[in-house]
Every structure is written in C-alpha cells, then in structure tokens.
Design a protein around this ligand. Sequence first.
Ligand code: ATP
Ligand code: MG
Length: 252
Amino acid sequence: MLTIAITSGKGGVGKTTFSANLAAALAETGAKTTVFDADLQLANLDITLGVTPEFNLQHVVAEEKTLTEVLVDAPGGFKAITGASAVPSLMRAGPKKLGLFFNQLNELSKQTDFLLFDCAAGLDNRVLSFLKLSDEIILVASPDPTSITDAYATAKTIFRRKPNARVHVVFNMANAHEGHKLFTMFEKIMWSYLKKRVNYLGSVRFDQSAALATRKRELYVVTNRDCKASQDVRALAQQVRQFQENGVQKAS
Ligand SMILES: Nc1ncnc2c1ncn2[C@@H]1O[C@H](COP(=O)(O)OP(=O)(O)OP(=O)(O)O)[C@@H](O)[C@H]1O
Ligand SMILES: [Mg+2]
C-alpha cells in the first residue's frame, strides 16, 4: 500500500475535488484506492462524493468501529473513509487520538493499493502527522500568487519536519503552459532557498463542467469523462501509478 498525502498552503485550491477524482482515475486503471478525509476540522469528502455514510471517523475515534468498518463505496469504484464536521472529538484529536487511526492503517493494506489522505489546508500538527506517515506528498496550488507563496511556506515546513520528504507539485486550475512556467519558478525558489528538489506532477485545467459536477456532488472523472479536467487527472493518475511501480521518483 502506498500512502499519499494531498495538501496545500492556501485553502480552496481544489484538494478534495482532486483527491476524489484522482481516486476515480486510479480505480479506472485497476488500482484499489481509498480516500481518507484527513481534514478533521472541516471534513467534507462525503459532500464531494455525494455519499451519506452511517459510520465515519467519529465512530473510530469513539472506538465504536474500526477503520475497515467505516469504509464506504464511492462512485468511481474506490473506497472512502469520511469524517464529520464540527465534531468536538475530531477537532480535538491530538497525536494520541490520531495514533488510533495510524495503528489501524495496516489493516487497510490488504484491500488498498493507494491510500490518499485529503488533508486540511495549512500545516497544523494534525496535518503534519498525516504528512509524516505518507510515502509521497502531493502539494496542490492554484495559479493565484498567494497560493504559490503559501505553497512555498508549506514546502519549507514539510522539509524542516521531514527532510527526506518526496514532494510532488500539482497546479490546479492551470493549463499546461501556465503550470510549467509556474513550476519552473517554484523549483528555482525551492533550490535557491532550501536546496531541495520537488517533482512536477502536472496541472489540471480550469473547467466549468468540473465546477458544475462538484456542485451536483458528482465526480467529473465519472460523469464528465471527456472534459478537460478529467483528461488531465487521468494523465496524472498514470504518473501516480509510476510511484508504485518505480518505488521512488525524481525528487530528493
Ligand atoms: N479544475 C477545476 N476547475 C474548476 N473548478 C474547480 C477545479 N478544481 C476544483 N474546483 C472548484 O474549486 C472549489 C474548491 O474545491 P475543493 O473544495 O476541492 O478545495 P479544497 O482545497 O479541498 O478546499 P479546503 O482547503 O477548504 O479543503 C470547488 O467549488 C471546486 O468545484
Ligand atoms: Mg478540502
């Protein structure tokens, strides 16, 4: 099982939408995939997926259910572990409570090739705990300048806390040309100030039909198979499959 944390500096750049659609695209390639709602404060993966599970992380924290017991089927042929917003026990979940999940993650490995953590924006200690235990980190940014400066600050903290982190950058709501240009700049800053390399995974174009799909609680990869965003996410899924096949990637 390969664990991948999907994170960002600034909020609202499209992490949850990307995590869910990437999971659907990975599932299409035959990979067993699970998305875990690691945003313990503002959990909304269930909304994005259009599912209403009876049990969620709240029941795991209360020790009423195990992680495998709260797995639900998501449209798109993958599994999800959803959270619940504004649940005090989840909001307070410190490292000790998180240990509860982490000890159970191995149980998932029998039924999952890829475990994606849809993290909260920013880097509180809970997010850092998820990043620490992930094999790979996907840092999502939008072309918005504040999103890029926040991504830089996030990468800096990630490398301080996990010097050997493997960080892959995705520009969401950017076309290929714009994504490359932004990444070239980002890469230069990372190298000159931190002496760290990050890998470029690619970009997902801004797509009105993707935004509409979210509004309808649908996954664009499933319901708008050929839209621009679906094509881009499928291409990224092929690269994510390589993480597993190669065991490692370019960043160091
Ligand atoms: N490629 C895209 N094209 C158009 N709209 C998009 C695209 N990706 C995401 N969006 C829209 O951006 C909005 C924010 O997405 P999302 O909730 O996934 O962000 P997030 O990073 O998870 O936010 P938060 O930081 O609050 O968790 C949604 O309305 C979604 O439909
Ligand atoms: Mg989100």
